[in-house]
Write a protein that binds this ligand. Structure first.
Ligand code: SAM
Length: 243
């Protein structure tokens, strides 16, 4: 059985896809999708020896060698241009996901869909997608084992009629207008609209964390700390306004 998080990611992979799962660890996601016949085939990429071995073992023991190729390498280095149409990158920080996409840009040729699940730094991933004209077509949020995860799905430039310009245009929500794109990049243009209880919980928790940081900064004598406190207080007000 897959975790709720991986199951949600799996749901974002269309039937008939040729998949690359980068940072696949135990290759649970491609194995699940191959067993169900959702994907035609997959590359499971891993840079580290332990997880690479774990992925290879999983694929062997499930008898999926004819569908899943486990390859050792950094990021998108493991795929050839045009080899896959969907890439999943899950369970790492947003900065690392962005660096993998940035370094692997030539390999994105022919890829139609990215399904990304940053553990932190979601805004960095949204900003990268926006900057490179990948249209965010959906966002999901899930809580599992006291952690909250966001799953971002984007389609390649020129695919479909969804445009980032539309997704990030100023948003009127029950009496308030969110005109600052940075707020939507941080809190998620779809997640803001949906305002699910898990998402509200996430941001209430972020507010608590920021409040603790501000309290600590407020006890400092340093001007720089005071300045930082002001910045964080401003950030808190912005979050509170959206909630
Ligand atoms: N994707 C799986 C999931 O969501 O459950 C596994 C997540 S695991 C926490 C992150 C994996 O990414 C690790 O196995 C790590 O070795 C791998 N990884 C980190 N940087 C990578 C890179 N640049 N290229 C490929 N794999 C990487």
């Amino acid at each position: 059985r897959l975790s709720k998080r991986l199951e949600m990611i799996a749901e974002e992979v269309p039937a008939g896809s040729r998949l690359a799962d980068i940072g696949s660890d135990h290759a649970l996601l491609p194995a699940y999708l191959a067993e169900r016949g959702t994907i035609v085939n997959a590359v499971a990429g891993e840079v580290n020896p332990g997880p690479f071995e774990a992925a290879a073992k999983q694929v062997r023991s499930s008898g999926l060698e004819h569908r899943i190729d486990v390859r050792r390498g950094d990021g998108l280095e493991v795929i050839a241009p045009g080899e896959v149409d969907v890439i999943t990158i899950a369970g790492m920080g947003g900065a690392l996901i962005v660096s993998i996409l940035e370094a692997g840009k030539p390999k994105l040729e022919g890829v139609t869909r990215l399904v990304l699940q940053p553990n932190v730094g979601e805004s960095l991933v949204r900003a990268w997608l926006l900057e490179h004209n990948w249209a965010l077509i959906g966002e999901r949020i899930v809580e599992e084992d006291d952690k909250i995860y966001e799953i971002l799905t984007a389609i390649a430039p020129g695919q479909g009629d969804m445009t980032n310009a539309r997704i990030y245009e100023p948003l009127a929500l029950s009496g308030k207008t969110i005109a600052d794109r940075n707020v939507l990049l941080k809190m998620g243009p779809y997640l803001v609209r949906e305002a699910s209880s898990v998402w509200v919980k996430k941001w209430r928790f972020e507010l608590e964390k920021l409040d603790k940081i501000c309290a600590a900064l407020g006890r400092s004598e340093l001007d720089a700390s005071r300045q930082k406190e002001d910045e964080f207080r401003q950030e808190m007000r912005t979050i509170e306004e959206v909630l």
